[in-house]
Design a protein around this ligand. Sequence first.
Ligand SMILES: Cc1cc2nc3c(=O)[nH]c(=O)nc-3n(C[C@H](O)[C@H](O)[C@H](O)COP(=O)(O)OP(=O)(O)OC[C@H]3O[C@@H](n4cnc5c(N)ncnc54)[C@H](O)[C@@H]3O)c2cc1C
Ligand SMILES: *[C@@H]1O[C@H](CO)[C@@H](O)[C@H](O)[C@H]1NC(C)=O
Ligand SMILES: *[C@@H]1O[C@H](CO)[C@@H](O)[C@H](O)[C@H]1NC(C)=O
Length: 375
Amino acid sequence: MSAAQKVPVVVLGAGVVGLTTALRIQTEGKYDVAIVAETLPTDPKSIRYTSQWAGAHHVYSGTDPTTFQHKLELETFKKLWEMSAPGSDSEECFLRIEETEYFHEVSSAETTPLKDMPNFKVLPQESLVPGAKSGATFQTVCIDSPVYLNYLLSQFLAKGGKIARGSLQHIHQIIEGGANLFNATLGPSGLPPAAVLNCTGLGARFLGGVEDKSVYPLRGQTVLVRAPWVRFGRTLYVDGTGAFTYIIPRRSGDVVVGGTRGRDDWHAEPRPETTRDILERGLALCPELAPAEVRAQRAPVVEDVLPIIAGEGCGLRPCREGGVRIETEWTEGVGKRGKVPVIHNYGHGGAGFQASWATADIALQLLEEALASLE
Ligand SMILES: Cc1cc2nc3c(=O)[nH]c(=O)nc-3n(C[C@H](O)[C@H](O)[C@H](O)COP(=O)(O)OP(=O)(O)OC[C@H]3O[C@@H](n4cnc5c(N)ncnc54)[C@H](O)[C@@H]3O)c2cc1C
Ligand SMILES: *[C@@H]1O[C@H](CO)[C@@H](O)[C@H](O)[C@H]1NC(C)=O
Ligand SMILES: *[C@@H]1O[C@H](CO)[C@@H](O)[C@H](O)[C@H]1NC(C)=O
């Protein structure tokens, strides 16, 4: 099929959700996908772009294996596990690790859907850390988020995908103007699109024509520690609210220490007292964060970790009341055009990476159904 015959489609947003969705659709070969986004993976980190701040690991976010969210995460794990296989092209974006989860309830280790993860084992009571009532270990993947986002973008471009930097005020702008509005060099990919995919994360709260006020930020602050000797992950759930402390190692040798969950907290910079609190909790859960020379002498303290801090930051998880939204909405008569589908894929909260591939599959399916219904 020549480029001219392909169907132009616009994906709004270049976070993990937009990039995965765009790559999935472009890979089909019959669409000319243009990503339109205000921020791109190659940009400096910004509070307006959550994906760069994610840990990220794949650990099921819920405890009920019958939910839609769980199905998304289950499907996506299969793909991420494949992508992280030794010898795969994308291997360098990942680190396969042994993860230990410490729960605040006795029954959790027996009932968690994590029991389906590779090498799952319930921990004996005597090996629990203070504060934990039960625990389990299993294998999973950690994702070096900035590296992975750039990998997705490069795959998308290599398959002929196009990008245009731009900030949209209203969805109608892209329906009538196409991606050419923001980048005049895109050729047929820049024509008014047959469909728009809305992967704007927290941006959906503000985007004219969408303005979904059920989208809200759940702020997460983290510290990056240079500790290449830590090659395992740990999480301790403090109570039933989801509050936790976690350790996520990256292939690069950096270790992400978290976390916090601040609902409707928009503060754009790390708070120093929170950094201190994260390090205290992180060190209690994982004394191995401190250099071995220190641990050989005495119990480590926060001061031992300060010299190996490689960065700190915070991001706004794009949460949504009712969970992720993946559905088709129709516009009609915008710029004298007929019906044009807008397919929403946003509101991924704290699980955008671990649900990314499954939601991209659903978005593609909705796109095909919407376009077929117009024929
Ligand atoms: C500290 C922390 C730890 C996390 N850990 C994990 C983890 O371990 N595992 C996991 O799965 N998830 C994790 N997450 C959650 C994950 O980061 C998010 O779910 C995910 O990044 C959401 O991606 P997104 O593509 O929807 O949004 P974003 O990454 O925010 O991307 C939104 C895109 O839309 C664009 N945009 C928005 N509005 C407009 C507009 N009007 N016009 C043009 N462009 C627009 C933006 O520029 C950007 O390109 C974590 C998050 C944080 C903060
Ligand atoms: C416009 O598109 C070209 C490729 O067609 C790309 O190289 C360039 O980075 C894009 N520019 C912007 C500002 O998006
Ligand atoms: C995109 O989704 C957001 C919710 O994240 C919503 O507010 C916005 O209106 C949507 N944009 C369009 C153009 O449909």
